[in-house]
Design a protein around this ligand. Sequence first.
Ligand code: SF4
Length: 118
Amino acid sequence: MNRTLTCIGCPMGCQIEVELDEAGNFVSSKGWSCNIGKRYAQEEVTAPVRTVTALMEVTDRTEPLSVKTAHPIPKGKIFESLEQIKNHKVNAPVHIGDVVIEDVCGTGIPVIATKNIP
Ligand code: SF4
């Protein structure tokens, strides 16, 4: 069984062919141009992850705060994470890199600010 993926590691968008065994386990991959794509191909068919970016409400401000997960989180947790971020409010001031949620949806991964709000 084969799967074709488009690598999201950079704008080149290499097409990667992934070979899976009958149980759906990773066997091999080809078509990537660097180790980022090689790693992406294996992760995508075994435990896909994504970095989540979103906007968070700031108390007494109209301007929202842009945030992202500090590391990629399991793909299956994306919508739950967006919901937690949407329901969370932060107080100004906030600086780029500040942790605004310690552990998003039990992933152990924090959400951090990507913008300064004085
Ligand atoms: S395999 Fe490497 S060069 Fe190709 S899209 Fe992915 S990151 Fe870019």
